[in-house]
Ligand binder design. Structure first.
Ligand SMILES: NC(=O)CC[C@H](N)C(=O)O
Length: 399
């Protein structure tokens, strides 16, 4: 392994599938990697980004110009490892400085075999992706650097994100329990919590069950392959579908599982991939956004209260549902409860005749502002009401 500090002197090349190339220096591991090039506008929270399983098979470009300033700590990871397929930064920190820092970021990337590139014009690259859309990319450094045609051919042979079925590659294979937390923040004994949630892991971030646990919920995390019997064996007051990587159009098993939950009328909450699965379960389509939403500064309106919140996002696909009408579905009426104010993308769905809702963004806020934490309280309210819960349609919606 090339030492991270030496890697910074090794030439590296980033090659986009449309042939545009950027030359810089290696950052993290030296070698080659492929994925979908996407950009994140988060100014903070790079550890949470790197370890978010939804970034599996994506090469993440940071628009923040300085990355690595606070090093790597042992508290902020959202899962057991780094998932990004590659990492693109402009100006890496020379000396990390933070009281929680344990090691430099490039050392961690190298230790986990994550190939990166630094010293490139990330602003130009981001503008290119914004104009042309997210696309496949390769990062090559050291001996992997070849002539441009050969590198481009490899990039064009890499798999696409559209059509990728990835949840099972990142989710747990064994069920486990996240205990509820008492008022003092200490874990409660198993079985003593007032509410139990079965959470289907499609690539869940660690902060999500934590947000439920701190509201007194015992969370049973189940593999992506869980059956309806597995879900109900937990005795759940509510069922949760997590975030996750890949194209929601491939998520046939979670969609069928969710339909089973909707048929039983159990309170249901979904985040991100979970929102796309609710969309599909209700009969809507999903589609790929041109370049997606990634970062912690996206404005979303909760149309049920009119309030605007600043939110964390990481999605490349979206639900195709009408904004201005209540839609009839096999599971009752549904409305779009949340919308992104930048581009009118559907950011939330709410059933009117059943206790079920979901959002396309990240109320667990890791990283990100905590504006949307109320959604976990809404889930608790739904579970307290049980299957009696009903919601009024938004004013002015066509019925
Ligand atoms: N964070 C997520 O759950 C992402 C969902 C889906 N993979 C998308 O890109 O839209």
């Amino acid at each position: 392994m090339t030492a991270p500090t030496q890697a910074r002197r090794v030439p590296a090349v980033l090659v986009l599938e449309d042939g545009r190339t950027f030359r810089g220096r290696a950052y993290g591991a030296v070698g080659e990697t492929f994925g979908e090039a996407v950009f994140s506008t988060g100014m903070t929270g790079y550890q949470e980004t790197l370890t978010d399983p939804s970034y599996h098979r994506q090469v993440v470009v940071m628009t923040a110009p300085h990355v690595g300033n606070t090093g790597v700590n042992d508290e902020d990871p959202e899962s057991r490892r780094i998932w990004v397929a590659g990492y693109v930064v402009r100006d890496p920190a020379r000396v990390p400085s933070n009281w929680r820092s344990r090691r430099p970021l490039d050392e961690e990337l190298a230790a986990q075999g994550v190939v990166g590139i630094s010293g490139i014009d990330t602003r130009a690259l981001t503008r290119h992706l914004r104009e042309r859309g997210a696309m496949r990319v390769g990062v090559f450094s050291g001996d992997a650097v070849a002539d441009e045609a050969a590198m481009l051919a490899k990039v064009q042979a890499a798999p696409q994100m559209k059509g990728a079925d990835l949840a099972a590659e990142v989710a747990t294979t064994e069920p486990y329990v996240v205990p509820a937390l008492g008022p003092d923040g200490e874990p409660l004994p198993a079985g003593s919590a007032t509410l139990t949630v079965a959470a289907v892991d499609l690539g869940i971030k660690g902060m999500t069950p934590h947000r439920m646990a701190e509201r007194g919920i015992e969370v049973h995390i189940l593999p992506a392959t869980a059956t309806l019997e597995d879900v109900y064996a937990v005795g759940p007051d509510g069922v949760f579908f997590s975030n996750g990587p890949g194209d929601p159009a491939t998520a046939d098993h979670p969609v069928a599982l969710m339909r089973g939950v909707l048929e039983r009328g159990t309170p249901l909450f979904g985040i991100c991939f979970g929102n796309q699965i609710l969309g599909r379960a209700l009969g809507f389509g999903t589609y790929k956004l041109k370049y997606g939403h990634r970062g912690i500064n996206q404005p979303v309106q909760d149309r049920t209260t009119g309030k605007v919140e600043v939110t964390a996002h990481n999605h490349g696909f979206a639900v195709d549902a009408p904004l201005d009408e209540v839609s009839e579905t096999p599971f009752g009426r549904v409305q779009v409860s949340h919308v992104c104010l930048n581009d009118d993308v559907v950011e939330g769905l709410q059933l009117l005749d059943a206790p079920a809702f979901s959002v396309q963004y990240h109320p667990e806020a890791a990283a990100g502002p905590h504006d949307a934490a109320y959604l976990f309280d809404r889930f608790v309210e739904l579970m307290r009401d049980g299957d009696q819960h009903r919601t009024a349609p938004l004013e002015g919606q066509r019925a």
